[in-house]
Design a protein. Sequence first.
Length: 56
Amino acid sequence: MKQGKKPTREIKELISKQKVGKTYLNPDNWLYRKNSIGEITLIHRRTGKKIYLEQK
């Protein structure tokens, strides 16, 4: 499996706006792996959980 990359400032802002339940995601805990057209794949640093975000 490919390694995740450290998120850029633009991606950090996008991560911090994502709400899961009642809390927002902390961009320090996430790496991004793929930045395709309209979608970003995020991987949690410790658990390896994947999240797919849509770009606007």
